[in-house]
Write a new protein. Structure first.
Length: 140
């Protein structure tokens, strides 16, 4: 066996020491970086949760405002405050149909009155709308 010189042994020991210091230094830096990333993610999650709760509150307020704006008493009160003359429809303003009307989905009445067979009963149509429909039929 060859005996290594003292200088070679010192170089090997020094290189191993440098490697160990570099390895544990890199491991320490990785640990610190990982903890910083965890903290950043925690802050981002908190910001997203705050934003979500803010949007949920806004949504609830808007739904409440919509419900308030759609209240018939409120609408009637505003009409009365503006002195808009409204009167009930007279017999000649309204036409009663005995047939089942056709509705598009967005035009479907909210609370249609159904008879026992699930058919919508007498439907009231504004005479101006009826006149438009008859003009369209006559034109074609």
């Amino acid at each position: 066996m060859k005996k290594r010189s003292l200088r070679t042994k010192k170089m090997i020991l020094l290189s191993r020491s440098v490697f160990c210091v570099a390895f544990f230094g890199a491991l320490g830096l990785f640990y610190v970086w990982q903890n910083v990333q965890v903290i950043r993610q925690g802050f981002q999650i908190m910001e997203k949760e705050e934003s979500l709760s803010k949007h949920q509150r806004t949504s609830q307020l808007l739904e409440t405002e919509l419900a308030t704006l759609m209240m018939p008493k409120r609408i009637q009160k505003q009409i009365m405050n503006k002195d808009i003359p409204l009167e009930l429809a007279r017999g000649w303003h309204v036409i009663y149909l005995n047939e089942t009307p056709f509705f598009y989905l967005d035009e479907m009445p909210i609370n249609p009155k159904l008879d026992g067979n699930g058919v919508i009963g007498h439907t009231i149509i504004n005479i101006a709308k009826l006149n438009l429909n008859t003009k369209d039929r006559n034109a074609s």
